[in-house]
Design a protein around this ligand. Structure first.
Ligand code: FAD
Length: 383
């Protein structure tokens, strides 16, 4: 047996030194599909405006598509000072090559010091190509952003080490400082009707025959991930459901309250439900008005994906379950008793609101044999 020695040498080259002062402004990618703006675009407008104000610079929107001018106007109302509008038939449907070819020259010309995209499927795909072509750094999947007005460095903040720590990543030598931002982590910018800004139409030099891909058609399928991300009410379940057949309880409850089903990774890994339902670090981040957690322990990898929900209602039979630390209302009890009781009570109230109230005693929690649910743990958020 012979020893082998491998000598590693630094690869020469890399990007030329960059004139950092030539770059000014905060750029955001205004993602849209089929003329419908992606909600994350307005979340980027919200955080982008804050960063731009801190730096004393403009917020600049970059919009690519075909027939999407109304979005450019909406972006001005949501805080953009300038919007570069790249309108071309070849940009009608997202394709990495077409979008990158169209956007790179504009970004080189405009020179924003920061450039943000949503950490969506499209944003993640495009960001990598833009960053490598522009020879700059990219921090993926940020959950917080800040900027130091002295150094003008973007603090691109994202969870690291199994979400137990937050890493602050700086891009000191290259521009723009690029980051993708997880949907639902930032407050969306509110529209300010009548707000004024500039819309700059860009001549797009794209020749369909030179692109390596051709769009033959678009199949419009319901996207459970998008539904979950946008839902006002999420009804999530975990291993406490005990058996995949009990998932029907979640789906029925969700249907009754107009919500969308979510899941912990434990039941996704167990094959009870598809990965597109998973909430958490390696799943989706959701920010609904109400998040129900039935039989979910509340591991940090789960709560990181739902803790920003407006109201969290958790049901768990273990009073020490960590989910109660992030819950606004916690019920210690058996979900197989609490869930039907909650549903019955909600149904009763919905019926009442609809004007044909269920008479006393009809379908109430008491009828379902629930001995007044459980206690609200003292540590529940806001309790
Ligand atoms: P368990 O932890 O087994 O909890 C089940 C809960 O149900 C318990 O608290 C129990 O008290 C309760 N219960 C049981 N029976 C009943 C009953 N009858 N009534 C009421 N309550 C009951 N997890 C995610 O969810 N999303 C992620 O994206 C994710 N990413 C991860 C990434 C990494 C790198 C790692 C290491 C882990 C990740 N996890 C993720 C897994 C995470 O750590 C937990 O293991 C997982 O969230 C646990 O799922 P659970 O709460 O359903 O199951």
């Amino acid at each position: 047996m012979s020893d082998k020695t491998v000598t590693a040498r630094a690869v020469p080259g890399g990007a030329e030194p960059v004139d950092l002062d030539a770059y000014r402004g905060v750029g955001i990618f205004l993602e849209q599909h089929n003329g419908q703006v992606s909600p994350v675009a307005w979340e980027l407008a919200g955080i982008g405006r804050k960063l731009a104000d801190k730096l004393g610079v403009e917020l600049i929107g970059f919009l690519a598509g075909h027939g999407v001018e109304p979005i450019a106007r909406a972006a001005v109302e949501r805080g953009c000072d300038r919007v570069y509008l790249l309108d071309h038939p070849a940009l009608a449907v997202y394709r990495n090559e077409a979008f990158a070819r169209a956007l790179v020259p504009v970004i080189r010309e405009v020179k924003p010091e920061i450039f943000l995209l949503g950490a969506t499927t499209t944003g993640r795909d495009l960001a990598g190509t833009l960053a490598t072509t522009l020879q700059t750094g990219l921090t993926a999947d940020c959950t917080q952003l800040d900027v130091d007005p002295e150094t003008r460095l973007l603090d691109a903040i994202r969870p690291a080490f199994l979400e137990k720590q937050l890493a602050v990543i700086l891009c000191k030598k290259h521009r723009p400082q690029m980051a993708t931002v997880r949907p639902k982590m930032m407050e969306p910018a509110e529209p300010q009707p009548g707000r004024q800004g500039e819309i700059i139409r860009v001549d797009v030099d794209l020749d369909e025959s030179q692109l390596r891909t051709e769009v033959l058609g678009v199949i419009d399928e319901p996207d459970p991930q998008a539904q979950l991300e946008r839902a006002d009410v999420v009804v999530a379940g975990g291993r406490g459901l005990q058996d995949p057949k009990n998932l029907k309880l979640l789906f029925e409850f969700a249907e009754r309250v107009g919500g969308v089903v979510g899941a912990s990774r434990a039941i996704v890994d167990a094959g009870w439900i598809g990965r597109e339902y998973q909430v958490g670090q390696t799943g989706l981040t959701v920010r609904p008005k109400v998040y129900f957690a039935f039989g979910i322990s509340g591991a940090i990898q789960h709560t990181v994906g739902m803790e920003n929900s407006e109201l969290i209602i958790a049901v768990n039979k273990d009073p020490e379950a960590p989910i109660f630390k992030v819950a606004d209302f916690g019920v210690v009890g058996d979900l197989f008793q609490i869930l039907p009781a909650l549903q019955a009570e909600l149904e009763r109230r919905l019926d009442e609101e609809a004007g044909h109230g269920a008479g006393a005693g009809e379908g109430t929690a008491g009828d379902r044999g629930v001995a007044t649910g459980g206690d609200v743990p003292a540590q529940a958020r806001g309790a």
